[in-house]
Every structure is written in structure tokens, then in C-alpha cells.
Design a protein around this ligand. Structure first.
Ligand code: ATP
Length: 469
């Protein structure tokens, strides 16, 4: 599948739209349509169930997007949250220098600027780097570009100065660290315990040309697990395995599409860092979807130092210590993109016909049940609307009375709806050949395409059972 096919599919079916499209599109931001926002919510709910609901010692949090600017000094973001950038002198197109080097199998991820420029100079001398847009070979040297977005929130002047700059958060985990003590005290939590949150993050990505994979506004699902120093590496291994098990056993991903990539270079404080990569074929192969990191006592240590607040921990019979952190961090949008890859299927049918099916597990499907009257005759649609009202109390449903029943089934297959409920003249008690009995409907299964007759009185429990399978 190409990225063009995928974006066109996602737009036409109501999953993802370009931002501000009627104004010519706003780069690197995307809007999630009726089905996309529902899918996103379902992915988030599945993650929260796994991380918070199923773990008695992990607590949820919803911290603000804006935080005291000093947070970003303590975290090191104002100083070194940089990516190296080069510009084409011919047309001003901008590139990530480390990504260009990657194309030549040179790994300079998080390397010093001098090292990056030395490698670039060699390639420039051989005219190996060409601008994708204009074909030019004249580039500026690499310079660091800070990824934090700047705003003047709460400032009496609209001029941005070093004093009044506020940053919408560049990652969600800082909200977790600064609330460590609040959560510990209010929840009477004992180490080891975790705090998890889902929320927006903002980064001034230099180049964001990979649809929803890399955007300037995105969502992260992060969990920080606070542990004793001696348990850090064991917990790191545990969490890597738990995260892989979630993809395998809950999301039912084909594990050939997932691989682990340890970081070649670690941040100076980190004990270990691994990426869980997904095979985004539409983007050319394996890329980072989630990170699992052992971060030592760096985060709480730095916030303790910069805020002058004690963030250490003590239990009867033990020494005081600053808890170490094991982090799992997955981009909600990147997981959304992985789901579109993973569940998208085209199935050969009879006589050279094919159908497209999004084989979402029921808990991820944006629409659980579609209610389809066989025709638009008013007395039939009235009954179908009553069936919709009955089911919509319990499930996210769609009502559709346009086009032939066959086309409507196909449309529901394409958006991954597990069940279609057809209301026909038999439902109304009218004599009609091949139609269902009075007060019954037919329920069609997306995957088997088989239909079953179900009494309306049993419909809610029937659907519940089918969706749980
Ligand atoms: P990359 O190397 O791809 O820029 P990163 O290593 O900077 O990512 P982290 O800071 O570890 O990413 O963030 C954790 C997760 O947040 C990533 O694994 C990814 O899923 C998601 N993420 C990070 N940046 C973006 C972005 N610009 N757009 C969408 N998701 C992102």
C-alpha cells in the first residue's frame, strides 16, 4: 500500500483530513474525522485499560499542556532538545541533517554538530546530496534547531522574550514528574508505582512529510514507573516484554511487523533505551512507534534540584533515595497509523471481485453496529430507526439507508464495522420471501459474511456477545 492510497482512503472514509484544507492546508497538523476520532479514543481506552485499569499500582493523570517554563530548563529541553537542520540554498527547502546521513547508512542520531558537518562535507564534496525539490547541491551547514514551540501565554505583551516565553509541552511525561509527590501522597502510593497519561505534545519538527507519523501537534501515551535503583534494569526488561505482549495478545498484531531496536547512543543519564518499531510499509519500512527507557534518577533528581523541592522517597527500614524511572512512551497517532496498516485487508471474492475490509478487533472498531433498512419505505425506516435507538443506547452505531444493501455492507466492511443489522419487511410481519420472521432482524458478521436471524428482544445481548468474541 502506498502512502497516497492510504491518505486518500483515510480522507474519503472520514478517518483523517488535512488541517485547514479550505485554506490550502496547514502543514504537519491533521484533523481526525468522525471515524478517526472514534478510533483514536478506542486505542486510547485500550491503552489505559492495559496500563491503568489492570495495574493496581498505576495511576492516571491529566496534566496541563502548559507548565512553568522552568520545567523545560530542568528537563534539559531548552538547552538541548534540538535537531540538526540544513537548508537548500537554491529553493530554501529544509531537511533533517541526521536523516540525510541515514540515507547513506551514517548513524549520527544525537551526534555533535561538528561530527554531523564533517560527514556532510564529505558527501557535499562528492555532490551526493541533492535537494528533493529543485535538484540543487548547494546547502547551508547544519545548525541546531530547538524543537520546543514558543508562546506568550499569560504575558501582558505580545513580544516573545526570554522572560515571557511559555512552551506548550514538548512531551507529556514532564507533567508526570512534577506531580510525582502529589500522586504519591494523595494515592498513598508505594514504590514501585506508575503514573500514566495521554495527551497532546507539540514539537517544531523541522521536516514533517510523513503524514500522521511525524506531526507538530500529536498525542503521546506515556507511563513512568518509579522504582528502587536496584530494580531499574529488571523493570526495564519487564516493561519491554509487557508492551510486546500487548501488541501480540491484545491488539493481535502480526509480530513480524514489530521489532526491537536498541538505541546506539544513550543519553548520558540513561541506563537503557529501546525502540519498538513497526513495519510502516507505506513509509518504506520499520520506524519507531514506541520507546521503552530506563532513565535512572535523572528526572526526579533534576526537578528536585531546579524546584528546590525534595522528591526523594523513604519507607520504614530503608534509606532515602530518589526513585529511578522506567518509561514506556507510545505515540497515539503512530499507533493509529500502525492499526491502519495492520488491519487493512483486501479479500478476493467470487468472480474476480475483491472487497476491502478493516479487520479491527471489535473493541477498536469506530462503529460497532450498522443498522440498515432493506428499503427506504417509511414504515420500514421507522422500524429500523427504532432498532437504531435500541442499540445506540449501548453501542456506537451508524444508520444508513442509502444505496443497495450490498454496497452498504461493503462500505461497513471498509470502515471495519463488525456487525450489520438488516431490518426487512419480514421484521414488520409482512409476507416476503427469504426475509426474516416478525420482530426479528438479520445480523451479518464482517469477517465470515454469514448472517443470523435474531429476535429484536435478544438483540442487545446477542450483539454484546458477538463483540466480546
Ligand atoms: P523520533 O526519533 O521519531 O523523532 P523521538 O525519539 O524523538 O521520535 P520520543 O521523544 O521518544 O520520540 O517520543 C515518544 C513517542 O512519541 C515516539 O515513540 C513517537 O511514537 C511519538 N512521537 C514523537 N515525536 C512525534 C511526532 N513529531 N509526531 C508523532 N508522534 C511522535
Amino acid at each position: 500500500m502506498t502512502i497516497e492510497t492510504l491518505t486518500a482512503f483515510a480522507k474519503s472514509r472520514g478517518f483523517v483530513y488535512p488541517s485547514s484544507e479550505i485554506y490550502g492546508q496547514f502543514a504537519a497538523v491533521y484533523d481526525y474525522g468522525p471515524l478517526g476520532q472514534q478510533l483514536k479514543k478506542n486505542i486510547q481506552a485500550a491503552w489505559e485499560k492495559e496500563m491503568v485499569q489492570k495495574n493496581a499500582n498505576i495511576y492516571g493523570l491529566d496534566a496541563g499542556v502548559f507548565m512553568a517554563p522552568k520545567v523545560w530548563e530542568a528537563s534539559g529541553h531548552t538547552e538541548s532538545f534540538d535537531d540538526p537542520q540544513i537548508d537548500c540554498r537554491g529553493c530554501n527547502s529544509r531537511y533533517r541533517a541526521d536523516h540525510i546521513l541515514e540515507q547513506f547508512d551514517i548513524d549520527k542520531d544525537r551526534a555533535l554538530l561538528t561530527e554531523i558537518n564533517a560527514e556532510l562535507d564529505k558527501l557535499h564534496a562528492e555532490k551526493k546530496i541533492k535537494c528533493e525539490k529543485c535538484g540543487g547541491t548547494d546547502f547551508t551547514p547544519a545548525k541546531q534547531f530547538n524543537l520546543l514551540v514558543k508562546t506568550n501565554l499569560g504575558s501582558p505583551t505580545d513580544e516573545l522574550t526570554a522572560e515571557n516565553t511559555v512552551y506548550p509541552r514538548g512531551e507529556t511525561c514532564q507533567g508526570i514528574y512534577v506531580n510525582f509527590e502529589n500522586v504519591r501522597q494523595s494515592m498513598r502510593a508505594k514504590v514501585p508505582f506508575g503514573i500514566a497519561q495521554v495527551g497532546k505534545a507539540f514539537r517544531n519538527e523541522i521536516v514533517a512529510r510523513q503524514w500522521i507519523f511525524r506531526t507538530r501537534e500529536f498525542e503521546q501515551m506515556e507511563m513512568q514507573f518509579f522504582v528502587k535503583p536496584e530494580d531499574e534494569m529488571t523493570e526495564f526488561g519487564n516493561w519491554r516484554e509487557k508492551r510486546l505482549a500487548w501488541y501480540r495478545d491484545v491488539l493481535k498484531f502480526n509480530m513480524e511487523n514489530i521489532r526491537i531496536k536498541p538505541h546506539d547512543k544513550l543519553a548520558h543519564y540513561a541506563k537503557a533505551a529501546e525502540d519498538i518499531e513497526y513495519n510502516y510499509t507505506a513509509l518504506g519500512g520499520f520506524k519507531e512507534m514506541e520507546g521503552v527507557h530506563a532513565r535512572s534518577d535523572w528526572d526526579l533528581g533534576r526537578h528536585s534540584e531546579f524546584s528546590d523541592t525534595k522528591l526523594d522517597y523513604f519507607e520504614e527500614g530503608s534509606e532515602r533515595f530518589i526513585p529511578h524511572v522506567v518509561e514506556t512512551s507510545v505515540g497515539l497517532n503512530r499507533l493509529f497509523l500502525a492499526c491502519l496498516h495492520e488491519y487493512f485487508d483486501t479479500e478476493e471474492m467470487k468472480e474476480g471481485d475483491t472487497r476491502t475490509v478493516l479487520r479491527f478487533p471489535a473493541f477498536l472498531a469506530p462503529i460497532k453496529v450498522a443498522i440498515l433498512p432493506l428499503s427506504k419505505k417509511p414504515h420500514l425506516t421507522e422500524k429500523a430507526r427504532a432498532v437504531f435507538a435500541l442499540l445506540a443506547e449501548e453501542f456506537v452505531c451508524e444508520y444508513d439507508e442509502t444505496q443497495s444493501i450490498g454496497k452498504r455492507y461493503r462500505r461497513q466492511d471498509e470502515i471495519g464495522t463488525p456487525l450489520c443489522v438488516t431490518v426487512d419487511f419480514g421484521t414488520l410481519g409482512e409476507e416476503a420471501e427469504g426475509q426474516c420472521k416478525k420482530d426479528c432482524v438479520t445480523v451479518r458478521d464482517r469477517d465470515t459474511m454469514k448472517s443470523e436471524e435474531v429476535a429484536i428482544g435478544d438483540l442487545v445481548s446477542y450483539v454484546q456477545k458477538q463483540l466480546a468474541n
